[in-house]
Ligand binder design. Structure first.
Ligand SMILES: [Zn+2]
Length: 455
């Protein structure tokens, strides 16, 4: 990889050669960061060249990625998810220049596909036939899907609480699933031991420094797509677009669990800044669940990260011991970032807000960034004219039980219980359960004051 200079420890600064089995620091055990030769990258590519490409996936930005030039790239189309200008949602949140990046449209419906794409390409290039990871769910399903597409076997460790939707994805993708009776920490430890023992390719994002490199492509896309939208007149901010057509937002909000995703997000903007694609950096809005916010707590108190209980329905970010905490802290601090913690009720409300005002259906952790933006706006932490991007990290169908809670209906299986003549006794005011008679429908409309169109 001519574009990669080294893998550097974020704790002690020790430099390592970026090889196939380069994981954590050999000196201190710290996490590593892939460092690039920006002069080399600049000699190979610029904004105009990228804009002219017909490749609409993470491989659009190949010169910035840690893969050998002769690698076989996977067949799945990962990345190039849409960036929407969401005026109605912006109004609801009090953020007029709001954009939503919907990463739930990836092949396995989450942002983690960006990291898994790098993992399976690197594993195949290194001649491995089996990949493995521990995950709260999405990294697992993305690895299983990516591995299946590349013809690799996968062994996946998940905590017992992983939602059914994610477990189902794993089994459909042909993974061997080890459901661990314990929390994420227990799951991670067992997977680490097994990976060591059996010599599988390690896709644990906290250990494998190449994975946040995949995640950073979300920032490349935000900058390129935002540049296009701003030039087209969105928000009257065309002046913020660089000569090459890329633009950095003022703020980017994202949910934080293990810390790897926000670290990747920041790395992406730093890469673009270092190579002159953008002329300033955004501030990060790090959003965690109040019931599990060890990263934000460390930022707020200035103390090291301390273990917390995993008390939130947003399973993807229920991480009591963040494995990439150091990178996440550095990203938030370097960007002059904001931390916001939100309750489960605020997360469920954000699911409804995004759905109703933007047509975007996110899972609880997927919408946590949006929930945090709402709160930050209420607390006047976001200036009125700011250009703000909210990254939705995963699709709502992955966790139907939580979506049903957000929608105010009984979890599936209990539907028959509420099906009576007096429709909707409990639950969602928008759900009418009635017998098939027009008269009953009219009565119910009248009772609820629903306005209907007349011919
Ligand atoms: Zn070190």
């Amino acid at each position: 990889m001519r574009n990669v200079r080294a893998a550097v420890c974020v704790a002690c600064g020790a430099e390592h050669e970026a090889g196939n089995d380069t994981y954590t620091c050999k000196k201190c055990g710290g996490v590593l960061e892939i460092v690039y030769d920006y002069d080399y990258i600049k000699s190979r590519v610029n904004a105009e060249k990228i804009a002219a490409r017909g490749e609409f996936s993470i491989w659009r930005y190949l010169e910035f990625l840690p893969v050998e030039e002769d690698s076989k790239l996977g067949p799945l189309r990962v990345g190039w998810s849409p960036l929407y200008r969401t005026e109605k949602l912006g109004e609801a949140l009090g953020i007029p220049n709001l954009y939503v990046k919907d990463d739930g449209i990836n092949p396995t419906s989450s942002l983690k596909d960006r990291a898994s794409a790098i993992a399976v390409v690197r594993a195949a290039r290194a001649g491995r036939d089996t990949v493995a990871c521990s995950s709260t769910g999405n990294a697992a399903s993305s690895l299983a899907g990516g591995a299946a597409a590349m013809g690799l076997k996968s062994f996946i460790f998940v905590p017992g609480r992983a939602p059914q939707g994610k477990l189902t994805q794993l089994l459909i993708f042909g993974a061997v699933v080890i459901s661990v009776r314990g929390n994420y920490e227990d799951t991670f430890k067992l997977s680490a031991e097994a990976i060591e023992k059996y010599g599988w390719y390690n896709r644990n994002a906290a250990i494998n420094p190449y994975l946040s490199e995949g995640k950073k492509t979300v920032s490349f896309e935000i900058a390129e797509q935002l540049g296009g939208l701003l030039r087209a007149g969105g928000g009257g901010r065309g002046a913020a677009v660089s000569a090459g057509g890329f633009a950095a937002p003022d703020y980017v909000a994202i949910s934080v669990g293990d810390g790897c995703t926000i670290a990747g997000l920041w790395k992406g903007f730093k890469d673009l800044y270092a190579t002159g694609f953008i002329d300033r950096l955004p501030r990060l809005v790090s959003v965690q669940a109040s019931g599990c916010c060890p990263v934000n707590r460390a930022v707020e108190t200035g103390r090291p990260i301390e273990r917390m209980e995993e008390n939130t329905l947003a399973d993807s970010i229920a991480v009591g011991v963040p494995r990439n905490g150091a990178k996440a802290l550095a990203a938030i601090r370097e960007s002059g970032g904001i931390t916001v913690n939100v309750s489960d009720d605020e997360i469920l409300a954000a699911m409804r807000l995004l759905g109703k005002n933007a047509g975007v259906f996110g899972e609880p952790a997927g919408v946590t960034g949006t929930a945090g933006l709402k709160k930050a706006a209420e607390q006047n932490l976001i200036p009125a004219g700011a250009v703000v991007v909210s990254v939705v990290t995963g699709n709502g169908l992955k966790d139907v039980a939580s979506a049903q809670r957000a929608a105010g209906i009984e979890p599936s299986g209990a539907e028959g219980a509420a099906d009576s003549a007096g429709a909707g006794a409990a639950g969602s005011p928008a759900l009418l359960r009635i017998a098939p008679e027009m008269k009953l429908l009219e009565e119910e409309f009248a009772r609820r004051g629903l306005r209907t169109q007349t011919p």
